[in-house]
Design a protein around this ligand. Structure first.
Ligand SMILES: Nc1ncnc2c1ncn2[C@@H]1O[C@H](COP(=O)(O)OP(=O)(O)OP(=O)(O)O)[C@@H](O)[C@H]1O
Ligand SMILES: [Mg+2]
Length: 505
């Protein structure tokens, strides 16, 4: 076993933040090395240094025993390093093969030979068992396929050291299995893989060794066989994590949200929801469970006014809000934790105060007439940063400088500390570390115990089962049935695959 990569004594400072401090990382050729740590621990920063996106303030990098200087992604690629970022960087209007060769030199330079590239694409895709055609438009690919395309892109560029930053956060459980089968294949062929993830189950099933970062420094490097999830949690956040939550007994009260025969079309004009009937009461968490892409996005978009309802109606506290303007719906005390935080959750170029106050700054107590009440605003923002443990040097930091999980905490805090009757939470724990996940789950239960209505949409079965009072299974734009959290997993699985409830009994 030879050493593929050594990062020695890496330090990286941002204004007022020490992101990496004397980090030593050693990765063995052909292994899957998991990089763990709580939100803001410095994982992405360390990998951005390896990929030449940041230059470190101190430290050295050795590849195959040779000291290297990586001052740009181009230099990293030349050295055989590839990185798949959490937010994909593909161009949707181009084909798969066009995306893959973007920015590469053709053998017959300067003219691009697409046919030749497509042939190489297909042969590599076949070799690694990727099921993607070169000529499909990227906009028609599922998230899982786009991710495989990103990996293929790195491989075509000759990467033998692959970095994946939270690759499974947006994948369905089936796609996760597929990804790891592929990563194992790559490792067997001699590729080396560094994997950032918050999911300890994945770490325990698929990694060979693990390095844990805390507060920018390495606290442990372990063999998978020598550790367990409890110990890893302790290394990451300093304590064990309990995934079972205390809840007041289920006592649903008045109806808050009612969907009657709700239908709508998708972006592409196909029928995405086909007559959905659902009810959410005060004091109730209704979980929507299903494989991604079965109408969940459209369901939330209809309720929040972002997509046109073509048929049926939506009642909120008895009032018909069908096809109302999103702002009017938000003003009726509807909180929304969106699926894509970059698209709908935050404005990256604005600071924390602006992001937290964007829905409320013009309302009392934060404004008197047109005069902003800065003391009130600052106290709300500071409390939120404190309660949700948002890691930031100040409330004036722009969102873009926060780590992924800390951006998510800002969105969660903003939506959950507003006056609300209905909380719509879509993948609320996406990108959060184990400690923050536990905290947010407790908060969602508090909202429900406080007699509010909660609609929880998630592809994580564990999350749905731990929080929901009732579970509606969605498939192909229809509700397959409504069950309790005591349901057999097997039955849930059948419904998620399209079997109606009465057919599964
Ligand atoms: N460009 C930047 N400017 C200023 N501060 C930054 C910048 N990038 C990262 N930071 C800070 O460095 C620290 C480490 O961030 P990093 O993104 O590496 O964390 P992470 O371990 O990847 O966390 P997460 O699990 O939330 O993705 C954080 O405190 C973050 O706010
Ligand atoms: Mg990160």
């Amino acid at each position: 076993m030879s050493t593929k990569l050594q990062m020695k004594n890496i330090c990286k400072y941002f204004p007022e933040v020490v992101a990496n401090k004397n980090v030593d990382l050693e990765v063995i050729k052909g292994e899957i090395h998991a990089l763990l740590g709580e939100n803001g621990a410095g994982k992405t920063t360390l990998m951005n240094i390896l990929y030449g996106l940041y230059s470190p303030n101190a430290g050295e990098i050795y590849l195959d025993g040779q000291k290297v200087l990586i001052d740009s992604p181009r230099a990293a690629i030349r050295l055989g390093i590839g990185m798949v970022h959490q937010h994909f960087m593909l161009i949707p209007s181009l084909t798969a093969v066009e995306n893959v060769i973007l920015g590469m030199k053709s053998a017959k330079s300067p003219r691009l030979d697409l046919q030749e590239a497509a042939a190489r694409f297909s042969s590599l895709a076949k070799q690694y068992g990727f099921n993607i055609q070169p000529w499909v438009k990227v906009s028609t690919l599922t998230v899982g396929q786009q991710q495989r395309l990103e990996i293929l892109k790195a491989l075509i560029r000759g990467a033998d050291l692959l970095i994946l930053d939270e690759p499974t956060a947006v994948l369905t459980p089936q796609e996760v299995d597929g990804l790891f089968i592929m990563l194992k294949k790559l490792a067997i062929k001699g590729h080396t893989i560094i994997l950032i993830t918050h999911k300890l189950k994945e770490v325990m099933s698929f990694s060979d060794r693990i390095t844990v970062l805390r507060g920018g420094s390495v606290v442990a490097t372990l063999k998978k066989e020598d550790t367990n999830p409890e110990e890893l949690s302790k290394f990451m956040v300093g304590r064990e994590i309990i995934e079972e939550y205390a809840k007041a007994s289920y006592n649903p009260q008045d109806l808050v949200l009612e969907l009657n025969k709700l239908s709508c079309n998708s972006d592409r004009g196909l029928e995405a929801l086909k007559g959905i009937d659902l009810q959410v009461h005060k004091g109730e968490i209704l979980g929507i469970c299903g494989v991604d892409g079965n109408g969940q996005t459209e369901l939330v978009d209809c309720i929040t006014g972002l997509t046109r309802v073509t048929n049926g109606e939506i009642l909120l506290n008895g009032e018909n809000i069908t096809n109302m303007h999103p702002r009017e719906i938000i003003d009726r005390n509807v909180s929304h934790i969106p699926e894509d935080r970059h698209k709908r959750g935050v404005v990256l170029a604005m600071n924390l105060i602006e992001n937290i106050m964007m829905m409320d700054y013009y309302k009392p107590p934060y404004a008197k007439g047109i005069v902003l009440q800065w003391k009130k605003i600052e106290s709300r923002v500071d409390n939120l940063i404190n309660d949700y443990q948002v890691k930031t040097p100040s409330s004036k930091e722009i969102m873009n400088n926060l780590s992924g999980g800390n951006q998510q905490k800002v969105v969660l805090g903003r939506e959950m500390t507003r006056d609300l009757d209905l909380l719509i939470a879509m993948h609320p724990a996406r990108g959060l570390d184990v400690g923050a996940t536990e905290y947010i789950h407790k908060k969602i239960i508090e909202v429900r115990d406080d007699a509010k209505a909660v609609l929880l949409i998630s592809t994580e079965l564990d999350e749905i089962l731990a929080l929901s009072d009732k579970i509606a299974v969605i498939y192909g734009g229809e509700i397959m049935g409504i069950v309790t959290p005591q349901v057999q997993i097997h039955e849930l699985g059948l419904m998620m695959a399209g079997a109606k409830k009465n057919q599964t009994n």
